[in-house]
Design a binder for this molecule. Sequence first.
Ligand code: PLP
Ligand code: SF4
Length: 321
Amino acid sequence: MNRTLRSAGELAAAGLLPPEAVAALAPVEARYAVAVTPEVAALIRAGHADVARQYLPDPSELLTAPHERGDPTADAPFTPVKGVVHRYPDRALLKPLLACPVYCRFCFRREAVGPDGGLLSEAELEAALDWFARTPGVREAILTGGDPLILSPRRLGRILGRLAALPHIEVLRIHSRVPVADPGRVTEALLGVLEPGKPLYLCVHANAAAEFTPAAGAALRALHAAGVVLLGQSVLLRGVNDSPEALEALFRAMLRHRVKPYYLHQLDPAPGTARFAVPVEEGLALLARLRGRVTGLAWPTYVQERPEGAGKFPLGMPAMQ
Ligand SMILES: *Cc1c(COP(=O)(O)O)cnc(C)c1O
Ligand code: SF4
């Protein structure tokens, strides 16, 4: 199968879901986008349950727990113009699109992301770039979405070039799942626009060691060779990486691929994600099990998004056991 699977029916036809599961998933896929790339499908087929769980839709997604919210990070009050989120003084997010190569079942933006949503129009993109131009306190532009690396290289290159040309922008950052979930998109054309003349940090989202396939490895090597600084971000997820062994394997896989673990996120309470929740105390205890035994290079900061848009908060450094 050489194309992205975009429905429960397609997943069942490809042998990734039992056919009898499809009917119950109709209301789930009507509400939340589904996409599984060939790279991810191969991992699921090979029996990687920690990968399957991240991407296969589940009927429990229709149940919203009392504490779950549609906009868990409360971006809306921090949006000066469409596509921009400015919560911290020295950096701001630009969301040029809300489509992704895959749709993670635990995504905190799951109410917003999808294949046909959120591509900024030319005028909206101009307005967003203009906001960066007239906001000199912002030194770092962070492209996120959605996944900026599925933009056409021409469009992405134009955005990066415009931002890098602003004298007050010192650093560019992109958050993406492409290098692991859809590594074939890391082409010469894409690499060619990732050298905008200012430092570019790429924060790669991965949650299981298995996601670092040989193709992902080649993509990451090429990005590194192009001068991109590679960081890793993960979400602590029940049934995916909620054991000391799984976390150690994930962080070591990142380091082997020149990716420095940056953040381990506490799950944001987006609707229908309760099956992934791990309590903070358990997360701290898991990390404590790695302390001292695993190289400090492997250590991310464990962070939680505070309610009401108060921003990210580092969770305490676990005590040595
Ligand atoms: C997470 C986030 C950032 C980036 O924060 P860092 O701690 O620098 O990684 C910037 N803006 C917003 C709105 C964010 O949510
Ligand atoms: S790639 Fe990121 S934005 Fe897209 S669905 Fe996954 S977590 Fe959400």
